[in-house]
Each structure stands twice: as structure tokens, then as C-alpha cells.
Design a protein around this ligand. Sequence first.
Ligand code: 13P
Length: 249
Amino acid sequence: MRSKIVAGNWKMNNNLEETEALLTELAAKLPDTDAEVMVAPAFVNLADAIRTLDGSAIQVVAQNMHWADNGAYTGEISADMLQSIPVNTVILGHSERRAYFGETDELLAKKVATAIRKKMRVIFCFGEELQERKAGTHFKVVKKQLTEALFTLEAKAWDQLVLAYEPVWAIGTGETASPEQAQEMHAFIRDTISGAYQQDVADKVTILYGGSVKPNNAAEIFSKPDVDGGLIGGASLDAEDFIAIIKAI
Ligand code: 13P
């Protein structure tokens, strides 16, 4: 059985006080669920988030990290720093990191390799842009992203990987991929992995959908057989909405 995950990517939102308030409310209202529930606050609030969530099943994850173990990389955060808090899961490859901070699949391959070597869990994000979807090259684009960033990993590294398909045109736009479009791509992703590795690797990897998931569309998206949960942006900043999405899985 693949694990189901609902993860909230807070992006650059919520100061310390707001982080504590939202987490306290989430912890109090967290429904019974067989899904793993995760939140990704800003770096500066991760340690406090862990203290606030003490005793809760909600996991704290990071939004990014550097590929080097340590050194002269002003402003960057290493795997060791995260693990010492402890944060053991990191989101890598988000489209906003790719678009605004120039992260390429080549760089992401290094970040992923470091996280895997450090025994961290990785939520790896990828997905096509609008013009690629319109041009019909979305499958090719996704295959290339997976191939360049992940397919040099050993099969056993896939136990530490979670995938998050996030079509860029659906992020923060209110436009969601239809449940059928999400299922079609998730099935393609599993197929691509089984081609590069073995069927069992493809069968056991959790694949999340991300892009304008809201309380009113989550259940239908999550009902698709190859969709194992969601990576939620805007709706994860509101406790009621995030709880409703957790209930939908
Ligand atoms: P939205 O849910 O705001 O579209 O963001 C999705 C996302 O980017 C999660 O990482």
C-alpha cells in the first residue's frame, strides 16, 4: 500500500505568530485520517513549528535546501541543519524555485542526491508550463524532468521519494487540472518509472497532485487511482480549508 499524503506548502507566508496560531488550530482540529499530514512553514519558523506541534501527528517539512554538506554558501540551508532540528523531509524542485531562482534539473539532481544520501525524504515537484500543455509536449517535458533529476538514483532510493506533479498553469491560478488530466499524467509517470526501474518501484511511489486544490475539488481529484494525495498551496494557509482537504482523502 502506498502512503497517502496531504502536505501544505506555505511558501513565503506566515510570520512566527501566524505560524504558531495556524499550527495550534490545525493540531486541535486534525481529523482521524490514514493519510500523513505535513506542513512546510518558512525556514526561520521550522524549529518553533516543531515545538508547537509537539505531540501532534502533523509533520514539519522544509521548502528547499542546498546540495552541499556545508561551506561558503551565504544564505543557504544544509541537510544537516534541517536534520538537527529535526526536519527530515524536504520539498525540492518547486516550479517557483525553478522559475525565480534558476533551479535546473541538473542542479536538482544534486540536491536530491544529497537529501537521499542524508537519509532524508524528498517531495520532488515537477510539471509542465501552459505553453507546453497547449503544444501537447507535456508528457515529454515531465519525462525529461524525471529522467534528468531522478533516474540516476538507485532503485532503493525511491523508498525516500515522494513525487508531486504540479502543472505550472494550475498553481495559484484557480485553474485545476481536471481529475482526468491528473489521473492521465499520474498513470504516465508510473509507467515512465516502471520503464526506468521495475514495476514495483512505480507501484509503491506516492504521487501527489498540486495546483489549485481546494475543499470543493479535492475529493474528486483524490478519488483517482494514481493520485495519492495533494500538495496544497493557498488553501493550506486557512485551517478550515486545509482540514476539509484532509477529510477529502
Ligand atoms: P496552489 O494550491 O496555491 O495552487 O499552490 C500549489 C503549490 O504550488 C503547492 O506547492
